[in-house]
Ligand binder design. Structure first.
Ligand SMILES: [Zn+2]
Length: 111
């Protein structure tokens, strides 16, 4: 009986640790609408190792990045902002290829 109780206790500790991990979520805001969301719910665009701007699908690039809603409206607005030179970002990211990345993000959203 005692050994069974011990096992149960251990399982409880294990599941509590899992809950703790899940609660720790990074929040980022969209550069267009400033809405704050868990970063997994946003598109991440990062500078990769060779300083190219890329859609960081797995969010693994260890670099400066910008976040955008997975939303066609925000992508459209972002394009307009680039066109009109209204995009201001406090990060040292070369934005000259951002339009190409936005096309990729739109494809990702599908129709
Ligand atoms: Zn947005």
């Amino acid at each position: 009986m005692n050994s069974i109780k011990l096992e149960e206790n251990n399982n409880n500790i294990g599941s509590m640790n899992n809950i703790k991990k899940k609660k720790h979520k990074a929040i980022r805001s969209c550069i267009v609408c400033r809405k704050r969301q868990e970063k997994e719910k946003l598109f991440r665009v990062a500078n990769n190792e060779i300083h190219e701007l890329v859609y960081d699908k797995l969010q693994k690039e260890n670099s400066r990045a910008i976040y955008i809603c997975k939303d066609r409206n925000c992508l459209e607005k972002l394009k307009n902002m680039i066109e009109k030179g209204k995009l201001k970002i406090n990060l040292k990211i070369d934005l000259s290829k951002l339009n190409i990345v936005i096309d990729e993000l739109e494809n990702e959203l599908g129709e």
